[in-house]
Design a protein around this ligand. Structure first.
Ligand code: PAF
Length: 280
């Protein structure tokens, strides 16, 4: 398990693999790895001959007042976790390597249709930061495949869209959310939940599951389903930013057979997001 911090060395390694006819998968992460990330790496190993995991806490996707400074940086533990799965290369660049011209006035990647809605409305600029760093990582590694968790559903759509629009030759794969037994989606930010809050947190998944089931059974009163679920969550102590049933491919109006119900809600100090895809 080779560790590399510089783009030049990374490129040379990946070029050698490609010349040998090996396919390459990238799993971008911000570290603080949990079982959900390890699942991405396992799936990457099934899809490609060589797997690169990047660990980079990207400053540009944190909005003012968010937890960039305190975001858990647990590189030693991350490497121990990865040793069990053995990706081929860990890319751990510093900020200057990823943003060589600095963070002010850098070129940005904006996906306008998805940037300012749902999570983007509450975290202005977040998806531009994500789209920019993912574009950079894809250009640095030049993988055949890149894997992302379905939990960050809007992020996944942003990345699929930028890859299409910028003609980046990579297949983007969304990987199923890993959950605790209670249904709570694994997330690095679950560490902000107290043990009691963690029990309550599972209500978010339950509320989304209830809606998914009702829609599958034929309910089309989406506004009522949304309002009832929000009222239930608020009653349990959540502060809901949004909870909405939308078209699964573009988060537009909920038409067509493929829908998604997605939500973001605060519980104590933790901002939780989750979603369920629904096929009608
Ligand atoms: O999902 C994440 O961990 C991050 O948003 C990503 C995709 C690694 C970009 O920094």
């Amino acid at each position: 398990m080779q560790q590399i911090t510089k783009v030049k060395a990374l490129r040379s390694c990946v070029r050698d693999w490609h010349q040998q006819g090996q396919s390459v998968a990238l799993v971008p992460t911000m570290g603080n790895l949990h079982v959900g990330h390890l699942q991405l790496v396992k799936q990457a190993k099934e899809l490609a001959n060589k797997v690169v995991v990047s660990i980079f806490v990207n400053p540009t996707q944190f909005v003012a007042g968010e937890d960039f400074d305190t975001y858990p940086r647990t590189i030693e533990d991350d490497l121990v976790h990865l040793q069990g799965i053995e990706p081929d290369l860990i890319f751990i660049p510093d900020v200057d390597e990823v943003y060589p011209a600095g963070l002010e006035g850098e070129t940005q990647v904006l996906v306008p249709e998805l940037d300012g809605i749902f999570c983007g409305a509450f975290r202005p600029g977040h998806f531009t930061g994500v789209a920019t760093v993912v574009s950079k990582l894809l250009n640095m590694v030049q993988p055949d495949t890149a894997l992302f968790g379905n939990k960050d559903y809007q992020q996944l759509l942003v990345i699929k869209r930028l890859v299409t629009d910028l003609c980046i030759p990579v297949e983007i794969v969304g990987v199923e959310t890993v959950r605790e037994k209670s249904g709570l989606a694994l997330s690095s930010r679950n560490r902000y939940l107290s043990p009691q809050e963690k029990e309550v947190a599972a209500e978010l998944h339950q509320a989304l599951s209830g809606i998914a089931e009702a829609v599958k059974q034929g309910s089309e009163d989406y506004q009522r389903l949304e309002a009832d679920a929000i009222a239930h969550l608020e009653n349990k102590g959540f502060k809901t930013e949004y909870l909405s049933i939308r078209n699964a491919s573009n988060l537009g109006e909920p038409t067509g057979e493929e829908l998604v119900v997605l939500a973001a809600a605060w519980l104590g100090k933790a901002r939780l997001i989750d979603n369920i895809q629904i096929r009608r």
